[in-house]
Structure formats: structure tokens, C-alpha cells
Write a protein that binds this ligand. Structure first.
Ligand SMILES: [Ca+2]
Length: 448
């Protein structure tokens, strides 16, 4: 929730008096916890390493979703995606059950809040919060949108996996030549230059390293109506994946360089994160599992925040954090009150950004939930799996067993019981308060 900023309020007030800070969110797609150099991973990432060195690295940051759309809904609303009405992927297939779903007008978005505060707002890259016009980013707070609305496009022809052309300039289809990662970076840099004289909120939603696995030197594969090679044609997909992460890393470097060149970097918060864990081409080491599942590998993701005038350099924080914390944090920094808007599920992290040495205990017992089948509290993680006649529960202590190898459920039955009840309560709460999707024609009673 939006709270007071505490001891560091003076620091922020001084910053705001000069000019409200700029904010840049860079979201990677399907990047794993064990991919980047700075997280001990296998892919050299000099620019992200430098970003981490200039600020702080989160070691216990989680995506709200284990797939794309839900995490993006949480980023844009500060709420659980289940509550915001987007619990799963909004599929590209025209006949898919969720194809006509999208972010509803009832949701108060981060972009709307910042735009109303006087920020220039831009989304460059992937949206994935609805295909229909009423769901377009420009109708949910973004002054500018360049990119695509589906889950993935051919990196060159920009055709989605249903064979539909998908590269937009605001509400119009507008084809552009180039590699997705390069185009997204270029539009992000252009946006910074255009708005250098006013506060801006830039959301850079990269496609990399989501499939199709195409490096910068590959060729287009998909054509309209013919979405061939959904995963890409290369046989060395892991090598392609590495090339894709390297291009993403270079893009981060270009954005930071532009901020430095324009002397904006000291007062710009750059927050990098992934929208879910890696699929099998990437690495989530030392975590168990992959994208799509609720093992840690599905949702514990790399995250880095840099804001040189405020965040101390070279710090690491083990605070238990989640995508839905981003909105309350940015609203606090921009001094935006919630007023009559919906309550947020996330926590304002500003006190820890300004003072990472502050004890993490205040958040250590918070309960976090994924998919209605997993929850976290302190070091404890409960996972629900299917069973007959009733579901089964497994319990892990992540402090001692980060890789989730030892099920402790039989040793701690009382803890299993209390967490199981909390999980059930959370699911009921989500069902009763969720924003409905008119396309399903199942109206839910609203309690708000
Ligand atoms: Ca994703």
C-alpha cells in the first residue's frame, strides 16, 4: 500500500523539488534467474552487470505470473492478476477462450496515474493485455505505443503465432523493418530524447528472449496466414537464445548511455526485471522448474534497480518482492495518492530503495501467492498439486533448500495447515473481487 516514506522522505522531497524523477521499466520476456552474468549465469551481460553495480540487485524478486499476460497485468495495476481479471495468457489463436479478454477500463493503471501527474508516458515493445481496440495501450494511459500486442512475433516480419501482422504505432498497424530488440531499443531512445525536458515514464517491454529463437543475423520465417516455425528454425536454439540476451543487454546499454549523455541518469530510476522464469533454452539455476510452473524457476526472476542520486551503488537486497510492488513504489516516488482508486496488492518499496540496509524483516512474513496453487511466507513455500480425492501439499524451506528438493510437509503439519487455509482464503477473495471479462459473458458481482 502507499505508505509514508519514513526517514528518507527528505531525500525524495529534495529530488522532487528539482524535477520529479524519470522512470524506466525494462521488462525481459522469459529471462531466467540463472541467465545473466550479474546473477552468476552463463550469458555475458556487461551492460546489465554495470546497471546492477550502479544500484541494487534483488535476489528474492518474483513475477506475479508464471507466464506473460498475468505479470504484465500486475505491473500495470499493482494488483494480483487474478484480481485484475487476467489470470492467464491472452491467447493469439482467434478461437481461443481468452482471445477477446483484455485490461478493463475499471482498472487504474500505472501509466494513467503517472500521465495524470504530468509524466510523458510511452510503451515500446510488448503489450499482451488484449487484442481489441479498447484494450490498446493508448487507451490505458500511454501517450505513445510502438510494438506488438500479442505474446510473440517473428523478430523480423513481426507476425504473431496465429499468422497475424502485429506491429503497431499507437492504434494503427505500421510495419517497420528491423529486428524486434533493435526497434524497441531505438524507439525507447527516441522517446527519451523527445521527452528530455519533462518527466517521463517509459515502459520498455522487450521481446527477448522469448521464442521464436532468432538472433539479430537470422531471417524472417513467418508470413501472414503462415506462422511457420513457431519456435524458430535454428537447430542451435540455445546459441540463438544467448545472442538474443546479448542484444537485449546491448539495448539496455544504449538506453543508459542516452540517459547519461543527456545528464538525466542521476535522476532516473531504471528498473529491470523479467516477466517469468526461463523456458528450457534458458537457465533458472539453481532453481527448480521452468516458465509455466510454480516451482521457483517459474517465478523467481532477475531484477535490478538503478537510481544513482538515491539508491546506493553495488548493493544487494534479499527482500521478498513481487511485480505488483512496482506500481505502489513508483506512485510513492511520483507523489501520487490513491484517492478513490482501487486498493493495490503490492507494497511501496521506496524505503528499501533509498536505504537497502534497512532490515528486510518488515516484509519477511508477508504472504505471496501464485496461480492459486503456491504461496510463500518467510522462508516457507507451499505447493499444491493434484491428488485424489483431495489435492496434495508439499512444503519447502527456501532458506535451507532453495532448489526445492526436500518436502517437509509431514514434519510441519501445522504450518501446512495454516498456509493451506491462507491459500484457500486468497482464492476465495480473488474470485469474489475479480474484475470480470465481458467476453466470457459471466458477470461476477463486484464488491468494490
Ligand atoms: Ca514471458
Amino acid at each position: 500500500m502507499l505508505g509514508t516514506l519514513g526517514l528518507q522522505d527528505g531525500v525524495l522531497s529534495k529530488e522532487r523539488a528539482l524535477r520529479p524523477p524519470n522512470m524506466v521499466i525494462i521488462l525481459a520476456d522469459d529471462l531466467g534467474y540463472g541467465d545473466l552474468g550479474t546473477f552468476g549465469g552463463w550469458i555475458p551481460s556487461p551492460h546489465l552487470d554495470a546497471l546492477a553495480k550502479s544500484g541494487l540487485k534483488f535476489t528474492d524478486f518474483h513475477s506475479n505470473g508464471v507466464v506473460c499476460s498475468p505479470t504484465r497485468a500486475a505491473l500495470m495495476t499493482g494488483r494480483y492478476p487474478q484480481r485484475a481479471g487476467i489470470p492467464g495468457v491472452i491467447v493469439a489463436a482467434l478461437e481461443g477462450k481468452t482471445h477477446n479478454d483484455g485490461i478493463q477500463d475499471a482498472e487504474w493503471t500505472l501509466a494513467e496515474a503517472l500521465r495524470d501527474k504530468g509524466y510523458a508516458t510511452g510503451l515500446m515493445g510488448k503489450w499482451h493485455l488484449g487484442y481489441q481496440k479498447p484494450f490498446n495501450p493508448t487507451r490505458h494511459g500511454f501517450d505513445q505505443f510502438r510494438g506488438y500486442i500479442s505474446g510473440n512475433v517473428d523478430y523480423f516480419s513481426h507476425i504473431d503465432q496465429a499468422g497475424v501482422e502485429d506491429w503497431w504505432h499507437d492504434e494503427k498497424l505500421e510495419a517497420e523493418e528491423g529486428y524486434s530488440t533493435h526497434l524497441i531499443t531505438q524507439h525507447a531512445v527516441d522517446f527519451i530524447v523527445e521527452n528530455k525536458n519533462r518527466p517521463f515514464f517509459l515502459y520498455v517491454a522487450h521481446e527477448a528472449p522469448h521464442y521464436p529463437f532468432q538472433g539479430p543475423h537470422d531471417k524472417p520465417l513467418r508470413t501472414v496466414g503462415q506462422p511457420r516455425e513457431i519456435q524458430g528454425a535454428r537447430t542451435d536454439k540455445k546459441v540463438a537464445y544467448k545472442e538474443m540476451v546479448e542484444a537485449l543487454d546491448e539495448g539496455v546499454g544504449e538506453i543508459v548511455s542516452k540517459l547519461e549523455e543527456l545528464k538525466l541518469h542521476e535522476n532516473t530510476l531504471v528498473w529491470f526485471m523479467s516477466d517469468n522464469g526461463a523456458a528450457r533454452q534458458g537457465s533458472n539455476k539453481p532453481l527448480r522448474g521452468y516458465k509455466g510452473g510454480v516451482w521457483e524457476g517459474g517465478h523467481r526472476v532477475p531484477a535490478i534497480a538503478s537510481w544513482p542520486s538515491v539508491i546506493p551503488s553495488s548493493t544487494e537486497i534479499s527482500l521478498l518482492t513481487m511485480t505488483c510492488d512496482v506500481m505502489p513504489t513508483l506512485l510513492s516516488i511520483a507523489d501520487v495518492g490513491r484517492d478513490g482508486h482501487q486498493p493495490l496488492d503490492g507494497t511501496n518499496l521506496t524505503p528499501w530503495l533509498t536505504d537497502p540496509s534497512r532490515a528486510a524483516e518488515a516484509l519477511s512474513e508477508r504472504a505471496l501467492f501464485w496461480n492459486g496453487t503456491a504461496m510463500r511466507q518467510g522462508p516457507w513455500k507451499l505447493i499444491q498439486t493434484k491428488g485424489t480425492p483431495a489435492p496434495r501439499y508439499q512444503l519447502f524451506n527456501l532458506k535451507q533448500d532453495l532448489s526445492e528438493t526436500q518436502d517437509l510437509a509431514t514434519q510441519y503439519p501445522k504450518r501446512v495447515d495454516s498456509m493451506r487455509r491462507a491459500l484457500t482464503h486468497w482464492k476465495t477473495d480473488m474470485e469474489q473481487t475479480r474484475t470480470s471479462q465481458p467476453s466470457h459473458n459471466v458477470e461476477q458481482p463486484s464488491k468494490r
